[in-house]
Design a protein around this ligand. Structure first.
Ligand code: ADP
Length: 783
């Protein structure tokens, strides 16, 4: 290294050996002086130029040092301030000026007088090696500071600004905490580059030690923290438990559980598992999360009706009485149910099929299931499957999930407290399956008599016997019931009601029920038959009686208010004042009295919520023979429209239609009204009729409705849902209904009153349909 020694100066100044302290040049420091010799040295210095040579004693404990006891290299310092402290001590503030080496001790009494050689190096600050060295040292120093020494970050800024290498080393050295011999090493490095090197090595060592210290202390701190936290929490818990009067031990609880479990007659497997879980409580602290989980589990086990069931009533006569008392009509349904019960009575263990009540909403499916339970003296529980898509809803969550509970089947069983209830799965046609598993397959297991004696809920982990349960299901339509489920069930259709039937239900059941629910007496309300009829016709339009019941409830609610507020004794409701209670009528059934129109035919459709009339509109337009279909139509309906068009093409001549209509005209078929997609081929003849009317400009009888499938040759094929459709036509004020000839057999279902009111015509071919539907001058008078 090229550093130049430019100056070497000698001076004679007093000397003080310091105990446990080294002073570096540029360092400002104070220390206390008590030894006589040192005080003498200070006094001598003060009379001259305030300079003093400070050097460290090799051994701090030596009280009266000789020159051998102190280092030869130290610092020439300037005394800045002196303060006399009580008890002959003096506090001195000094500033380090320059390092120096003792060349000779001139005298030892009354103080040490020394000859000092100061060597001053001038160094080339632009030298790259030096610069690099400086940077390294500063970096190490920063690291040293960052390791949490009590050095203010400002110091780094100060250090950063130092340009002279030697000074840098000295300033840093004065800040860091070093062993005396290390300090001395730095002090003795006169060459600034050398000094930086020495400092660098020392810093490295220090950093390493600090890092290790840090690691150790972190580890220790963590341990202490954890222990402390647990300790605090435990203490808090103890305090809370004390407040709540809970004991320290779970033993009492465990014994109680054991007693309860032993009392219940349950399968050995379950008992074993339950007792095992209870026993685990013994080893846990009352407050641990696991204790709560086990408690929850054990309580579920204890509360399930393992050995509780109701005794069946096996009196068919009595059952019939109850069914009749609860429901008007439904003759076939009741008969079927009684047969079912009789078979169960005869062959106790016969696993009969599951009953599935299918029909539109509000026709009494749920309430008849409830009635079945009542008639055989069983508890009743209902679970709606509408929108259930998660298998866990049926089978429960595994206990590893936080907050896990059993599925809804086990929950329901626990709620009814009986293992042989009538269990109703409502809306089995609305169950969905997706990525959360297939609820249908779980349900299949539940409904399968071969499997359901060992139904295992994920939460319970032990089987529960569902074989004593009487399952009944309901659905609006069988179309969307998963096939394997459908195969297990016996379908009982519950169809919609006629106006007369609704009237009977209202008079005999709904009025009484609603009176009771509103706390009214019979004498309080007098509702006329005509008023009920008006509600049925003008305020509701439904296959069942749900809105009817709701409307009656509204009327009674408002009546109750009058009785209480206006002190009216008896409220009379009749056709004339019904609108005061229900507002203006919502429906008018005279819609069929509209004029006969070209291209508009009335069809009859069957949907999941009952029968419906639908008017089909057709407009031919100039074009290229495109067939356009709009409205909510299913694929089958589209195909049947195409079949109709093909039929028309083949018969164009007979029908007086241009036989190139399919090349020159676009035909637009629209099925308005109703958001329910209509599917099925039963609109075939209706669409064909509307198209023919539009192409021939012959109007269609508006008081006529029709339903039937069409073939390419114009034959009319049978369709389903006849009763619902005929009822819908009747509701809509239709006078004449065209039905496929082969549906004649379904006439049994139709009440005589309706048969009398409606002109029902059975047709075999499209020609017959057109004869009835198209209003030509010849047949106008017949209709
Ligand atoms: P669903 O389950 O078919 O949708 P609900 O069982 O909920 O229908 O029936 C709706 C209401 O109509 C219930 O209050 C029910 O008692 C009543 N109800 C339906 N059909 C009859 C009937 N034939 N006789 C007496 N009340 C009936």
């Amino acid at each position: 290294m090229d550093s130049y020694k430019i100056k070497s100066e000698k001076r004679e100044i007093p000397l003080i050996p310091l105990r446990g302290l080294s002073v570096f040049p540029y360092m400002v420091v104070h220390f206390d002086v008590g030894r006589d010799k040192s005080i003498n040295a200070l006094e001598e210095a003060m009379v001259n130029d305030s300079l003093i040579f400070l050097t460290a004693q090799k051994e701090a404990k030596v009280d009266i040092p000789t020159p051998e006891d102190f280092y030869k290299v130290g610092t020439v310092c300037k005394i800045k301030q002196m303060l006399k402290l009580p008890g002959d001590t003096i506090r001195v503030l000094v500033e380090g000026i320059n390092r120096g080496r003792i060349t000779e001790i001139l005298k030892e009494e009354p103080y040490f007088e020394s000859e000092i050689e100061e060597v001053i190096y001038e160094i080339d600050e632009s030298n790259k090696e030096i610069k690099a060295m400086m940077r390294l040292v500063v970096e190490r120093f920063e690291e040293y500071v960052s390791l949490g020494n009590k050095i203010s970050p400002d110091v780094i800024v100060t250090v950063d600004e130092i340009k002279e290498p030697g000074r840098l080393a000295d300033v840093i050295s004065s800040y860091i905490h070093l062993k005396p011999d290390n300090k001395q090493k730095i002090l003795e490095a006169f060459d600034p580059y050398k000094r930086l090197e020495v400092l660098h090595i020392i810093l490295e060592e220090e950093i390493e030690v600090l890092q290790i210290e840090d690691k150790i202390s972190n580890r220790v701190k963590k341990q202490i923290n954890k222990v402390q936290k647990e300790y605090y929490l435990k203490e808090q818990l103890k305090a809370i438990q004390k407040e709540l009067g809970e004991g320290e031990s779970l033993e009492e609880e465990v014994l109680e559980y054991e007693e309860k479990i032993n009392k219940i007659k349950m399968p050995d497997e379950v008992k074993e598992k339950a007792l095992k879980e209870v026993n685990r409580l013994r080893r846990l602290s009352p407050a641990s999360a696991e204790t709560a989980v086990i408690r929850n589990y054990v309580e579920w086990i204890i509360e399930l009706p393992w050995d509780k069931q109701t005794k069946d009533r096996v009196d068919i006569k009595k059952s019939r009485e109850i069914l009749d008392k609860d429901h008007y009509g439904l003759k076939d349904v009741k008969e079927r149910i009684l047969e079912y019960l009789a078979i169960r009575k005869l062959a106790k263990d016969m696993k009969g099929p599951i009953l599935c009540l299918v029909g539109p909403p509000g026709v009494g499916k749920t309430s008849i299931a409830k009635s079945i339970a009542r008639s055989i003296n069983r508890k009743f529980v209902r679970m709606s499957l509408g929108g259930v898509r998660d298998e866990a809803e049926i089978r429960g969550h595994r206990r590893t999930y936080v907050g896990a509970i059993p599925g809804r089947i086990i929950s329901s069983i626990k709620k009814v407290k009986s293992k042989n209830p009538v269990f109703l799965f409502d809306e089995i046609d609305k169950i969905n399956s997706d990525f959360r598993g297939d609820p249908a397959s779980a349900l299949l297991e539940v409904l399968d008599p071969e499997q359901n004696s060992t139904f295992t809920d994920h939460f319970l982990e032990v089987p529960f016997d569902l074989s004593k349960v009487m399952f009944i299901t309901t659905a609006n339509t069988i179309n969307t019931i998963p096939r394997p489920l459908l195969d297990r069930m016996e379908i009982i259709r519950v169809s919609g009601y006629t106006e007369e039937e609704k009237l009977e239900i209202a008079k005999g059941y709904l009025v009484t029920k609603q009176l009771k629910e509103h706390g009214l007496k019979e004498k309080n309300i007098n509702i006329s038959e005509n008023a009920l009829r008006d509600i049925i016709n003008n305020y509701t339009r439904e296959a069942g009686v749900r809105s009817l019941e709701r409307s009656i409830a509204t009327v009674f609610r408002k009546s109750a208010k009058r009785i209480v507020e206006d002190k009216v004794k008896t409220v009379r409701i009749n056709s004339g004042n019904l609108d005061k209670y229900l507002g203006i009528p919502k429906y008018r059934y005279e819609m069929a009295a509209k004029e006969n129109q070209i291209g508009i035919a009335t069809g009859l459709a069957w949907t999941a919520v009952g029968g419906e009339t639908l008017s089909i509109e057709v407009t031919p337009m100039g074009g290229k023979g495109k067939l356009q279909l709009t409205g909510k139509l299913g694929d089958v309906m589209k195909e049947s429209a195409m079949t109709g068009i093909s039929y028309i093409r083949s018969k164009a001549k007979d029908l007086n239609i241009n036989d190139d209509f399919h090349e020159k005209q676009d035909i637009h078929i629209h099925v308005p009204e109703g958001a329910i997609p209509k599917d099925g081929p039963s609109a075939g003849i209706t669409m064909a009729t509307a198209v023919i009317s539009a192409l021939t400009n012959i109007p269609i009888d508006s008081a006529l409705a029709m339903t039937g499938e069409i073939t390419l040759r114009g034959r009319v094929l049978p369709i389903g849902g006849v009763k619902e459709k005929v009822l819908a036509a009747n509701r809509a004020g239709i006078k004449k209904v065209l039905l496929p000839y082969e549906n004649k057999k379904d006439m049994e279902e139709i009440p005589d009153k309706i048969k009398k009111r409606l002109n029902i015509v059975f047709v075999k071919t499209m020609d017959e349909v057109l004869d009835h539907a198209l209003v030509t001058e010849e047949n106008e008078h017949e209709n």
